[in-house]
Design a protein around this ligand. Sequence first.
Ligand SMILES: [Zn+2]
Length: 183
Amino acid sequence: MFSKVRLIKWNIRFVILIGLVILLLVPSLTFAYNLWGKTWLDVDPLYYYFDSWPGYKTKSAFTAAKSDWNAASTPVNFQWSASYDIYCYEWYDSGTGMSGFTSHDTYEIYIFGASCGLNMYWTDDYDLNWRKSVAGHELGHALGLLHVSGAKLMNGYDTTRCETYGVFTPQADDINGVNAMYG
Ligand SMILES: [Zn+2]
């Protein structure tokens, strides 16, 4: 009888162990990249532009962010042009928690234009890493990525993304999401 009880105990321990392993694995599966469902027809090149209005902080953030995306292994190739696909700007609004905002021009399932803005109420006090993280996040939205949890550029919370996780550039999951759309 003793050995049977011990066997049951070991079985219970085994079940608990398997349960823990599943709990550890599931979040990384559940919170994988999240696609909006609308895409650009062509992302090589994808022209971005900011006019003379934004300050150097916003300009340098978008310049660094597009370089980070271009360095990632995806077909996306951001290039500067005054005849642009994506208009980058800054605005000031103390009445929102949003540090950035992206809107799209779409037709059916296709994106044919986007605007990405940084809210200077928040980003003016950020350092370049935090600002480029917001700019890169917004460019991710422009490409068709939605929010996710965890240590990813598409995490929508600046403090969580930048301070907790130290994420300032596209991560593997963000890159996988872009390649799922354009790869
Ligand atoms: Zn967002």
